[in-house]
Ligand binder design. Structure first.
Ligand SMILES: [Zn+2]
Length: 138
């Protein structure tokens, strides 16, 4: 995945910027659809291009239930952008968690016997790093 190659400085910069001030962003996804009506004789019944719409709805899962909200056509582009910003923020948050958890691992590894740590932790970490370097991005 793309995330794993972002530098610590890049992660810090993005998170710092996004946490400093709340910005418009949201979770969820935008759905666009056209619909058929039940009016007798309406061409939407037979011709896809005569369907009504497009209608936009924002769906979001909250505590196991799906919330749906209608979005006006003129709001759709902005909502799309807000969702994309939210997605980038979530990615940055995941990278931040990754960095924090590596620090957390290092912190508890210092608590075990030094000889033990050199044999186990050392070799595992070295092989992992070698695998990552094969990526053309890093
Ligand atoms: Zn119709």
């Amino acid at each position: 995945m793309k995330h794993s190659t972002a530098s610590a400085a890049a992660i810090r910069g993005r998170l710092t910027a996004q946490l400093a001030d709340p910005i418009p962003m949201r979770r969820g996804s935008l759905t666009e659809r056209t619909v058929k009506c039940s009016r007798p004789g309406c061409p939407c019944k037979d011709r896809p291009e005569a369907r009504h719409g497009p209608y936009f709805s924002l769906t979001r899962s909250v505590a196991g239930t799906t919330q749906t909200r209608l979005i006006a056509e003129e709001q759709a582009d902005t909502v799309r952008r807000q969702i994309e910003t939210g997605r980038q923020f979530r990615d940055a948050t995941e990278l931040y968690w990754g960095a924090c958890e590596r620090l957390a691992d290092a912190e508890i590894e210092r608590l075990v016997e030094p000889a033990d740590r050199r044999e186990k932790g050392g070799s595992v970490r070295r092989s992992r790093r070698r695998l990552r370097k094969k990526s053309p991005r890093s």
